[in-house]
Design a protein around this ligand. Structure first.
Ligand code: PBG
Length: 326
């Protein structure tokens, strides 16, 4: 007779036992739901490469947020889509009073005071160059960008932002923004640093949504090289020292090792951005009948959590919440 002492299958023998030994669970409270806004009224415009994700005008956004909050989602991240004629070299629209994004933030804060609103700090949605930083002679200049980013962050904080998300990857921006926020009386406003943001192909659908693709070149002088992991630790150390409250890895799925590295080495909560391309891949395969949508979605998100992300920004947030409610 064969003698096998360790039988791992015993812990898989039934639903009940499997549940006992289950190490990770997705919770709707882990999610931040990214949403897109644009100028106008009565608009709910589906993004072609992101089925079920829309660009909302402020009125339809507020309706949608009723549904989102009813599903138990407590945090959203808002991104603005500006018309081409609002964009310029200095992203001036980002700090002007009474403009789309700041008005939306005020309206959302007013109607949903308990919702945590995360905002995006980077120049690309407002920039005629489509870059996250200021362009001079074909170069993305670091230090001059910081001032613009800090003014953007302060304007957003004044409008009601709870968490500022610098997604620009300029050096020194977390500390610079932290100081500007504090000087303006917003020491309570958090910073979720896009710590390890890679120059990735998976942002394609997002750039369609915002018409924000770079007008020349690429983002490789500021976003990280997908080949590198040690560099992520340098970025994390800096963001930590500069006062970040969360460290984010982006994209998520091709960077699970980076999520784990940050989680192993830093005590701050780690976030991961399950980006537009990762969403689009599941939608496309599922609509061809090549993948089971819900199972693929849950497995992906669980892998992100298992790797060490406490917080997950995901376009799937509503769908998971709906599944968990049933
Ligand atoms: C840019 C920004 C990007 C995303 C969030 N903020 C794209 C980029 O860096 O070009 C991507 C999000 C997604 O793909 O879902 N500041």
């Amino acid at each position: 007779m064969i003698q096998i002492t360790q039988r791992p299958r015993r812990n898989r023998k039934s639903e009940a036992v499997r549940a006992l030994v289950e190490e990770n669970k997705l919770a709707v409270s882990d999610f931040i739901f990214p949403m897109f806004v644009l100028d106008g009224h009565g608009i709910k415009d589906e993004i072609k490469s992101m089925p079920s994700i829309y660009r909302f005008s402020v009125d339809t956004l507020l309706e949608e947020l009723r549904e989102v909050t009813d599903l138990g989602i407590k945090s959203v991240c808002l991104f603005p889509n500006y018309a081409e004629n609002k964009k310029d070299k200095y992203a001036t629209e980002s700090t002007k009073d009474n403009t789309l994004y700041l008005n939306v933030l005020r309206a959302v804060k007013d109607k949903f005071p308990d919702l945590a609103i995360m905002t995006d700090v980077a120049m690309d949605p407002y920039s005629s160059d489509g870059h996250d930083g200021l362009v001079e002679n074909g170069q993305i200049v670091n230090d001059a960008t910081l001032d613009i980013l800090a003014r953007m962050a302060v304007a957003q904080a004044r409008a009601g932002a709870d968490i500022i998300g610098p997604s620009d990857m300029m050096d020194g921006r977390v500390g610079y923004i932290r100081a500007a926020l504090d000087a303006d009386g917003h020491s309570n406003v958090s910073i979720m640093a896009y710590t390890a943001k890679y120059a990735s192909a998976f942002y394609g659908p997002f750039r369609d949504a915002l018409d924000s693709a770079p007008r020349f070149g690429d983002k490789k002088t500021y976003q990280m090289n997908p080949a590198n992991s040690r560099e992520a630790l340098i970025e994390a150390r800096l963001d930590y020292q500069e006062g970040a409250d969360f460290l984010m890895v982006k994209p998520a799925l091709a960077y699970l090792d980076i999520i784990k590295a940050l989680n192993d080495n830093f005590d701050l909560p780690i976030a991961a951005y399950n980006v537009s391309g990762e969403y689009a891949m599941v939608k496309a395969a599922a609509s061809n009948g090549w993948l089971d949508h819900d199972r693929a979605m849950l497995e992906m998100l669980l892998s992100i959590k298992r790797a060490g992300a406490k917080v997950i920004l995901t376009y799937f947030a509503k769908e998971v919440a709906r599944l968990q409610a049933t």
